[in-house]
Design a binder for this molecule. Structure first.
Ligand code: NOJ
Length: 546
């Protein structure tokens, strides 16, 4: 398909903002919506992103920092007001930036009025909006399902003498999407935000929505099972065949898609969805048989990949191979649940990771701060906030959620000097920050901006085909991106030593190196890549494709 036929979300670079940590505008140490609005020039003029995804900003008791929603159609006062949201949407759209928001359909907060009603009595009309079950005759929860955050997925409720299901925290009871009123209410939530102008949704734990209607026990996991989720040891002891991903999940996504499509005549809306499924044909099923479900199921293959050229290529080839005809890929390397990539791959490899994610075929989602090389910040136990980390040392997600580093002033420009930010700021923020990197021609921020700018003006990078180049050193991942009239080669050296790459029969010009010191014609029969160097080469002539 020629790039001109693509829709905006296929050419977009999506930038994830964790609102608590982007910019505090009112001096309480927590980021907020007006803070994001203040920083839009950065997103537009400096970085040049096409869309933002906002992690949750809804009213919430914050047991799971907003992924426990107590009102889907409002803004938590800590983040501002609905008016602030409208101002933000208008300001983004004025700059031509689209907005996706988090949609959390699997569970509400236990403070949500729906759940409060549901738990009030066994005959409450909303009782079946959630999953309530008796315990086993011999005692204990209804089945062996486990919570991702540890322990049984069933919470005993003394008042009504039954258990309710929570795939995550007990404060996050699972909604019953087989109840037609739940479906109606949750689709209305989408309409509420679409009417306010959002361009799409990121759907939280989409593959959890539907569970086995018979509530059968999960079987034990064989010792060599691939674990689906970064999680506690007990969760990984089972194969999650009954507690998630029941086939009728697809019916729900078709309904969700119909709502999005009903708004798309005006301008196309989109969806990305969190699907921690690594069996690629199962993963691909979330596009829908007729591409009538999720526009872009997130593919997390590169998040956990061993940092090795062969392994990286395997993921990309597997994803490309599994895509249904006409489906559009997407890539992500980091988010608010995963160690930052500068920590995972090492600072030396952060530029290479940026080049990879921004040159593969598909829509990349980048995580705030990764573009400047923020790394995980060690959190002293007394300042830990994430419920996961409080339960099990080492699984906490606070280190990757720390405040954005804007400048070298106090609190990195995130909040006023006399205020304690909600999480500590990195010790080295005086070197790693936007202001310091903006004018530094060799910084990661400069590379990130140049990658985004190049992608924007290069048809092959935006929408061209992908093909891996064979006969390259095993520590290099080299691929072509091409349209009918435009061709690039991306050559990535995933090693700490020089590598010699031969691009047989090709001539061309290096237009960007991760070292930011190399541009111009090169002998592509002897392209030497320095340690962890990546290059984008604009190809002038190449042998015809077989
Ligand atoms: C996935 C979200 O990304 C994560 O932060 C959250 O804890 C769980 N879903 C539960 O909503």
């Amino acid at each position: 398909m020629a790039p001109t036929q693509h829709l905006w979300w296929q050419h977009a670079v999506i930038y994830q903002i964790y609102p608590r940590s982007f910019q505090d505008s009112n001096g309480d140490g927590v980021g907020d919506l007006p803070g994001i609005t203040q920083r839009l020039d950065y997103l537009h003029d400096v970085l040049g992103v096409d869309a933002v995804w906002l992690s949750p900003f809804y009213p919430s008791p914050m047991a799971d920092f907003g992924y426990d929603v107590s009102d889907y159609c409002a803004v938590d006062p800590i983040f501002g007001t609905l008016d602030d949201f409208d101002v933000l949407v208008a300001a983004l759209h004025e700059r031509g930036i689209k907005i996706l928001i988090d949609y959390i359909p699997n569970h509400t907060s236990d403070h949500h009025p729906w759940f409060q009603e549901s738990r009030s009595s066994r005959d409450n009309p909303k009782r079946d909006w959630y999953y309530w079950r008796d315990g086993k005759a011999e005692g204990g929860p209804p089945n062996n399902w486990l919570s991702v955050f540890g322990g049984s997925a069933w919470q005993w409720d003394e008042h009504t003498g039954q258990y309710y299901l929570h795939s995550f925290l007990a404060e996050q009871p699972d909604l019953n999407w087989r109840h037609p009123e739940v479906v109606d209410a949750m689709l209305d939530v989408m309409r509420f935000w679409l009417d306010r102008g959002v361009d799409g949704f990121r759907i939280d734990v989409a593959h959890y929505l539907m569970k086995d209607p018979q509530f059968r026990d999960n079987p034990p996991a064989p010792p060599d099972a691939v674990t689906p989720y970064k999680s506690l040891a007990d969760y990984d002891s089972q194969l999650h065949v009954y507690d998630l991903g029941n086939p009728d999940t697809h019916e729900v996504f078709r309904k969700i898609r119909r709502v999005l499509d009903s708004y798309s005549a005006e301008r196309p809306r989109t969806s990305v969805a969190e699907i921690h499924v690594f069996d690629w044909s199962n993963w691909a099923s979330y596009f829908g048989v007729n591409l009538d479900e999720i526009h872009m199921p997130f593919n997390f293959g590169l998040v956990g990949v061993e940092w090795d050229a062969i392994r990286i290529r395997e993921v990309v080839d597997a994803v490309e191979g599994a895509l249904p005809s006409g489906a559009w890929p997407s890539y992500v390397l980091g988010n608010h649940d995963e160690p930052r990539l500068a920590t995972r791959f090492g600072a030396a490899y952060a530029p290479l990771a940026a080049m990879l994610i921004l040159t593969l075929r598909g829509t990349p989602t980048t995580y705030y701060g990764d573009e400047i090389g923020m790394h995980d910040v060690p959190i002293p136990p007394e300042r830990a906030r994430d419920p996961w980390g409080k339960r099990v040392v080492g699984l906490g997600r606070d280190p990757e959620r720390t405040p954005m580093q804007w400048d070298s002033g106090p609190n990195a420009g995130f909040c006023p000097p006399d205020v304690e930010p909600w999480l500590p700021i990195a010790d080295d923020y005086r070197q790693i920050n936007v202001a310091a990197e903006e004018d530094d021609p060799r910084s990661l921020l400069t590379l990130s901006r140049r990658l985004l700018a190049l992608r924007r003006v290069t048809p092959a990078l935006r929408g061209g085909s992908y093909a891996a180049v064979e006969r390259v050193p095993s520590q290099c991942f080299v691929y072509t991106r091409r349209t009918e009239d435009d061709m690039c080669v991306v050559a990535l050296n995933v090693s700490d030593i020089d590598q010699l790459v031969t691009l047989e029969g090709m001539t061309g010009t290096v237009c960007l190196s991760t070292y930011l010191d190399r541009e111009g014609p090169e002998d592509l029969q002897r392209l030497i890549l320095r340690p962890h160097e990546g290059c984008i080469v604009q190809i002038e002539s190449a042998p015809p494709t077989p």
